[in-house]
Design a protein. Structure first.
Length: 179
């Protein structure tokens, strides 16, 4: 089996079994946590939800698996579009560090982790788009659209208008994972 097939299978399983994935029993058992009205990090906070302690272990584990899956994405996908060199190393490094750091989103340093991880991820994404533009213009414009949606989430967060933020975060995450 080729490596890219293994990575695709791993990402598919991660998306399927994460807390609100296609195969998840979690949503049927815990209807008090409304996906479109809460942040992912609220799952880690016992004052914002009524999850049992055994489910918290599942949350940490699924977050860790998702982070590793996305880190592997940054390791294996860019070589299909970027030739070897400093650009490829920077894209891989920034992307993988961003996703591995995101595994600790449930810690007490949540805001700092999100800012640093977001910055590293944005650097990887911008460098990747820069290399994608000349040969794949449609994918480049799709990436610009995706980056715009992510920027909208950041703008809502820093403006203090957090009422709409969970909706846009979930909308952009769901759309970006389908692209």
């Amino acid at each position: 089996m080729r490596l890219k097939n293994i990575v695709f299978l791993g990402l598919s399983l991660a998306f399927g079994f994460y807390l609100w994935g296609i195969f998840s029993l979690f949503k049927a058992q815990n209807s008090s946590f409304l996906f479109f009205e809460h942040y992912w990090c609220d799952l880690f906070d016992s004052s914002k939800n009524v999850l049992l302690e055994q489910n918290r272990i599942k949350i940490w584990f699924s977050t860790f698996v998702l982070s590793l899956a996305f880190a592997s994405f940054w390791c294996f996908i860019p070589p299909f579009y970027v030739r070897k060199g400093l650009s490829l190393k920077l894209i891989r490094s920034f992307g993988m560090l961003s996703m591995l750091l995101l595994a600790f989103v449930g810690s007490s340093s949540h805001d700092s982790i999100l800012l640093v991880s977001g910055f590293l991820g944005a650097m990887a994404f911008i460098l990747f788009l820069q290399k994608l533009h000349p040969k794949h213009p449609f994918k480049f414009y799709l990436g610009i659209f995706s980056f715009g949606l992510m920027a909208l989430c950041e703008l809502l967060f820093f403006s203090g208008n957090t009422k709409l933020l969970p909706f846009f975060q979930n909308y952009t995450k769901n759309n970006l994972t389908m692209c």
